[in-house]
Design a protein around this ligand. Structure first.
Ligand code: AP5
Ligand code: MG
Ligand code: ZN
Length: 208
């Protein structure tokens, strides 16, 4: 089975994807994480997309699709794949259709007020783990539980940028919910992290 996660910035996609990956033992691709890795390593792609991410705009569809499809080619996806942050536009969904069949779309629903709270307190690790100062703090302040590296605040966490990311989401990504129709499973993103996970597992028919 191949899965897509949709939802506003900060709705909890990355957090839940990590937990589903552990449960199903299948690989995942996060286009946001891939872009941030390229920016950190100052690759050609990284230099090209740095300003776009800082503003909270979308990287052009073709550039994103090429990065994502190159990643898929190097993976064993015979047992399935989870996509976090792709597709984000109708054009990206059309490009994806030619290389991968999507079975289920998990759409995490959360209000804008909550989004601001969530992103405001987020701390991120280069390894991909995500924490929250209040809702999911690391055992030791400022340090990743999983790998011991120092946690950081993402460059796109400024209020202006968050507002733009929400606007971009509504204009370009939200139409995908209609596009995927019956394949969409809505998830209430408001409860605690384990409660949201439980709802996802229950709706997917996976036992704890
Ligand atoms: P991306 O990295 O995908 O960012 P995003 O979609 O804006 O979403 P976030 O990662 O901010 O939030 P999330 O939903 O993963 O929430 P999280 O689990 O972290 O993309 C970044 C940028 O890259 C884009 O703006 C764009 O420029 C570019 N890009 C990426 N993909 C692209 C594409 N396909 N096309 C073009 N451009 C693309 O949770 C947030 C916080 O809340 C955390 O602190 C977490 O601990 C906490 N939390 C999570 N769940 C709960 C809960 N239930 N209760 C309490 N706290 C919670
Ligand atoms: Mg994320
Ligand atoms: Zn880490």
């Amino acid at each position: 089975m191949n899965y897509i996660f949709l939802g506003m910035p900060g709705s909890g996609k990355g957090t839940q994807v990590e937990l589903l990956v552990k449960k199903l033992n299948i690989p995942m691709i996060s286009t946001g994480n891939l872009f941030r890795k390229n920016i950190k390593n100052e690759t050609k792609l990284g230099l090209k997309v740095k300003d776009i991410l800082e503003k909270g705009d979308l990287v052009p569809d073709k550039v994103t699709f090429e990065m994502m499809s190159a990643e898929i080619k190097n993976m064993d996806i015979s047992q399935g794949l989870i996509l976090d942050g792709y597709p984000r536009s109708l054009r990206q969904a059309e490009l994806l259709k030619d290389i991968l069949n999507i079975d289920i779309i998990l759409n995490i629903e959360l209000s804008e007020d909550q989004v601001l709270l969530r992103i405001g307190g987020r701390r991120t690790c280069k390894c991909g783990e995500t924490y929250h100062l209040k809702f999911n703090p690391p055992q030791k302040e400022g340090v990743c539980d999983k790998c011991g590296q120092e946690l950081y605040i993402r460059d796109d966490a400024q209020e202006e940028t968050i507002k733009n990311r929400i606007k971009v989401y509504k204009e370009q990504t939200e139409p995908l919910i209609k596009y995927y129709g019956d394949k969409v499973i809505n998830i209430d993103g408001n409860p605690s992290i384990p409660e949201v996970t439980e709802e996802i597992f229950r709706k997917l028919g996976i036992s704890d």
